[in-house]
Ligand binder design. Structure first.
Ligand code: SF4
Length: 218
């Protein structure tokens, strides 16, 4: 721990009279109790710089959209789903070393109806593609997809007639490169997705692909 002398605006370096700090503290307490300010015989209100600081320290403004995007991006419900060797690395993100629960994404769902994130961990065969697409279509809106590993994004080392890249049959939000990507790389991809959802909540795949109006009907 490092001790530093506080300056007037909380900056280090300039000494502030301890008595001033005490008066400020008493003023804040008095204000919260609705009483009168210490050392000034006036009603409990602040002015100028004091008022600015008081408001700055106590209020947070946001929009409903930002709050919803913040909540969504911190509580993805990934589908419990794996395709090939990459899935072994994906499982590790839920283990004690990576601990995906730190970010709020540990609720892997067994049903696509309860999931909003699908991680395609492994190679996709042409036979498997329609099944994955059906799972994706059954997921909750809004939903996101991560392509994990070289196979899923570009058919990887195989590159033969039996495999298909995920982008060919469904929208992918984030690609995680590697063969296999380590759990840290997948976490990096999930956190990139979090940034996307937080900073640009309108940039869902339907908007990006011009597919607004194609939502599944109940
Ligand atoms: S990218 Fe590598 S580890 Fe992942 S599915 Fe393909 S071969 Fe397996």
């Amino acid at each position: 721990m490092k001790r530093e002398v506080l300056g007037p605006a909380g900056t280090a370096g300039t000494r502030v009279d301890p008595e001033t700090l005490r008066v400020r503290s008493l003023n804040a307490h008095q204000l919260l109790r609705g009483g009168e300010l210490e050392g000034a015989n006036q009603p409990a209100h602040l002015e100028g710089e004091e008022l600015e600081r008081y408001v700055h320290e106590r209020l947070v403004f946001t929009t409903l959209d930002s709050a919803v995007a913040w909540a969504r991006s911190n509580s993805f419900f990934p589908l419990a789903f794996g395709l090939a060797c990459c899935a072994m690395e994906q499982f590790q993100t839920a283990g004690p070393r990576m601990d995906i629960a730190r970010f709020g994404y540990e609720a892997f769902r067994a049903s696509p109806r309860q999931a909003d994130l699908i991680i395609l961990a492994g190679r996709v065969s042409i036979k498997m593609a329609p099944i994955i697409r059906r799972l994706y279509d059954q997921m909750l809106e809004p939903k996101w997809a991560i392509s994990m590993g070289a196979c899923c994004s570009s058919m990887g080392v195989f590159n033969n007639y039996a495999l298909v890249p995920a982008d060919k049959f469904m929208p992918i939000d984030v690609h995680v490169p590697g063969c296999p990507p380590r759990p840290e790389a997948l976490m990096h991809g999930v956190l990139k997705l979090r940034e996307m959802v937080q900073d640009n909540p309108e940039a869902g795949w339907r908007e990006r692909y011009g597919a607004v109006g194609t939502e599944e009907r109940p």
